[in-house]
Design a protein around this ligand. Structure first.
Ligand SMILES: Nc1nc2c(ncn2[C@@H]2O[C@H](COP(=O)(O)OP(=O)(O)OP(=O)(O)O)[C@@H](O)[C@H]2O)c(=O)[nH]1
Ligand SMILES: [Mg+2]
Length: 329
């Protein structure tokens, strides 16, 4: 029967949002993939997708994994998926690449390392980049999470490379953020520099088979001890793992569970999700605004103002005021 064969290409190119959402709800991976593509590319049907998925918001625990290139994020993610599947969860994985906005999000290494789950219908794995999306990754990622929630995932793992501000943004979209470090990479100090200490709920010292793991654990514990915390505030956990051998994964899963319990108990889950929604709304609104300003660029608006500012006839604040006034008209 060729029915499947003929249905597939139509889904791959479809913009029929109600149909795609219905199929994604029923667990069709092609519909899930198509919806994420629409989200990622900032397609014009995006508002429709968001509206259709709104009722399923907040159904998954979102766990972010970040850390330097090569620290073992994908290997750990792969093992975590295995552990979560064994507990009966449906799992979504987003491998987000903030450093290459134009590649189309094919992270070959991630694909290879997560290959174990390629044929498991209870797992969706997807690489994405910020190409085209108006609000960048900080807007696209939560929407992709919504697609996975709509598809019935109760845990979504988001992997981002820790190379700059972007991963801090993406990590801050998670309910629980894991920061991965490896011995001997000077990572503990780097982590403080990059402001990662503030976003880490759980530190994972991976590659614990290597020399220096004890020192890294000690460094992190030292940093945590220095941090100020009020009573009842979460104290970041430190876990060791050898992801390449599947060791320590249960400890990571237990730490995630513990953090989840704390989030719920302290009303922090709600607070984080509202913060996430606020960031999302802001990113979308700014994206729309930027597009509108861009559309003025070719016409008289921005160019005329720029000319006056450049020759000293107008100051840039007054010009920005005029630009905003023009946008409102
Ligand atoms: N020795 C050792 N090697 C590991 C361990 N975990 C992962 N690796 C290896 O480290 C390399 C990088 O692992 P990945 O999981 O791709 O790391 P990543 O952080 O996802 O890398 P990027 O996505 O490129 O930033 C691979 O060769 C892994 O096999 C570990 O616990 N010990
Ligand atoms: Mg990776």
């Amino acid at each position: 029967m060729s029915e499947l064969g003929t249905a597939a290409p139509s889904i791959r190119r479809s913009r029929d949002v109600p149909m795609l959402v219905e199929r994604a709800r029923a667990g069709d991976p092609r519909a899930v993939a198509r919806l994420i593509t629409l989200v990622e590319s900032g397609d014009e049907v995006l508002p429709q997708v968001a509206a259709a998925l709104a009722p399923y918001a907040g159904q998954a625990q979102v766990v972010g994994l970040t850390g330097s290139p090569g620290v073992g994020k994908s290997t750990t993610t792969n093992e975590l998926v295995r552990a979560l599947r064994a507990r009966g969860h449906r799992v979504g994985v987003l491998a987000v690449d903030p450093s290459s906005p134009f590649t189309g999000g094919a992270i070959l290494g991630d694909r290879v390392r997560m290959q174990d789950h390629a044929t498991d219908p209870g797992v969706y794995i997807r690489s994405m980049s910020s190409r085209g999306h108006l609000g960048g990754l900080s807007a696209a990622t939560p929407q992709a999470v919504r697609v996975l929630e709509g598809a019935g995932c109760d845990v979504v793992l988001v992997e981002t490379v820790g190379v700059g501000q972007a991963e801090v943004e993406v990590a801050s979209l998670a309910d629980t953020t894991l920061v991965l470090l490896a011995p001997g990479m000077g990572d503990a100090i780097q982590a403080v520099k990059a402001g990662i200490l503030e976003i880490a709920d759980i530190f994972v010292v991976n590659k614990a088979d290597r020399d220096g793991a004890d020192a890294t654990v000690r460094d992190i514990n030292g940093m945590i001890a220095l941090g100020e915390r009020g009573p009842g505030e979460w104290r970041p956990q430190v876990v060791r793992s050898i992801a390449a051998r599947g060791e320590g994964i249960d400890d990571i899963a237990a730490a995630i569970d513990k953090h989840r319990g704390w989030l719920v108990e302290h009303g922090e889950l709600r607070r984080r999700r509202e913060a996430r929604a606020a960031a999302e709304i802001e990113a979308i609104a700014l994206g729309v605004l930027r597009a509108r300003i861009g559309s003025l660029r070719d016409g008289t608006g921005l160019a005329a103002l720029a000319g006056r500012v450049a020759e000293g006839a107008l100051d840039p604040y007054a010009a920005a005021g005029e630009l905003l006034a023009e946008l409102e008209r």
